[in-house]
Design a protein around this ligand. Structure first.
Ligand SMILES: Cc1cc2nc3c(=O)[nH]c(=O)nc-3n(C[C@H](O)[C@H](O)[C@H](O)COP(=O)(O)O)c2cc1C
Length: 195
C-alpha cells in the first residue's frame, strides 16, 4: 500500500497515442463509486471521455501546473488520451458543500490509486475554464466540478522532502524530472499539551 500510494503522483505528460478503453475507464469509475461519503449521499457522477475528437475539445479549457509559469502544458503527442469529468448531482445533495468536496477527494483518490495499479497516471484539474461545461448539454441539476486527465505517463515524478516550511512548489530539473516536495512526517505531527 505504501508503494502504490507513493507511486500515485500527479502526471501531466503522457503517451497520447496509447488509448484507454471505455472498459478501463468504467473500472476506474467503479472504484470512485465505492468511496466513503458523508451521510452516504454519494452525490457524484462521472463522464468518461476517450475519443481523440472530444479530448481535443476539452484540452484547451484546462490550466496546467500553476507553479511552472513557463510551461504551457503538455504538447501535442504528450496530451491526455482520456478524461473523467466529475459532476455533482444536486438532486443527490445530503450534506454541506465541504462534505461533498470531501467525498470527491475520497472518490478520486480511489480512482487514481486504481489507475496507477494499471500503470495509468492522472492529474486532477480544478482550474478549468467554466466554458468547458458548454461543450455539453448540461442539465440544471449537474455541476461540472473537476476534470481528471488520464493517460500512460511519459514523465518521471520524484517526491522529496521539503527543505523548509514554505518550500512546497514543485519544480522541473534539467532532464525534465518533475520534483514534488512533501512535508516531512515530523512536520505533519502535532503534540498538543493535554489540559
Ligand atoms: C483538488 C485538486 C485540484 C488540482 N488542480 C490542478 C490543476 O488545475 N492543474 C494542475 O496542473 N494540477 C492540479 N492539481 C494537482 C496538484 O498540483 C498536485 O496534486 C500537487 O502538485 C502534488 O503533486 P502530487 O499529486 O504528485 O502529490 C490538483 C490537485 C488536487 C488535489
Amino acid at each position: 500500500m505504501q508503494e502504490i500510494i507513493a507511486k500515485t503522483r500527479t502526471f501531466r505528460r503522457f503517451s497520447q497515442k496509447e488509448q484507454l478503453s471505455s472498459a478501463t475507464l468504467g473500472e476506474l469509475i467503479d472504484l470512485a463509486r465505492l468511496g466513503g461519503s458523508a451521510r452516504n449521499g454519494q452525490p457524484w457522477q462521472y463522464m468518461p471521455v476517450n475519443t481523440p475528437e472530444l479530448c481535443a475539445k476539452i484540452f484547451p479549457n484546462l490550466a496546467w501546473a500553476g507553479y511552472l509559469p513557463d510551461w504551457k502544458g503538455p504538447v501535442e503527442g504528450e496530451r491526455p488520451s482520456a478524461y473523467i469529468l466529475c459532476l455533482l448531482n444536486k438532486n443527490r445533495l445530503k450534506g454541506t458543500e465541504g462534505e461533498v468536496q470531501f467525498d470527491l477527494g475520497v472518490a478520486t483518490q480511489n480512482l487514481l490509486l486504481g489507475a496507477m495499479e494499471k500503470r495509468i497516471g492522472g492529474c486532477r484539474i480544478g482550474a478549468f475554464n467554466p466554458q468547458l461545461a458548454s461543450l455539453f448539454v448540461m442539465p440544471d441539476y449537474l455541476r461540472l466540478s473537476l476534470v481528471i486527465a488520464l493517460g500512460k505517463p511519459r514523465e518521471t515524478v520524484i517526491i522529496e522532502e521539503c527543505k523548509n516550511d514554505d518550500d512546497i512548489r514543485y519544480w522541473r530539473d534539467e532532464h525534465g524530472g518533475h520534483h514534488v516536495p512533501k512535508r516531512s512526517l515530523e512536520s505533519c505531527l502535532v503534540n498538543l499539551e493535554v489540559r
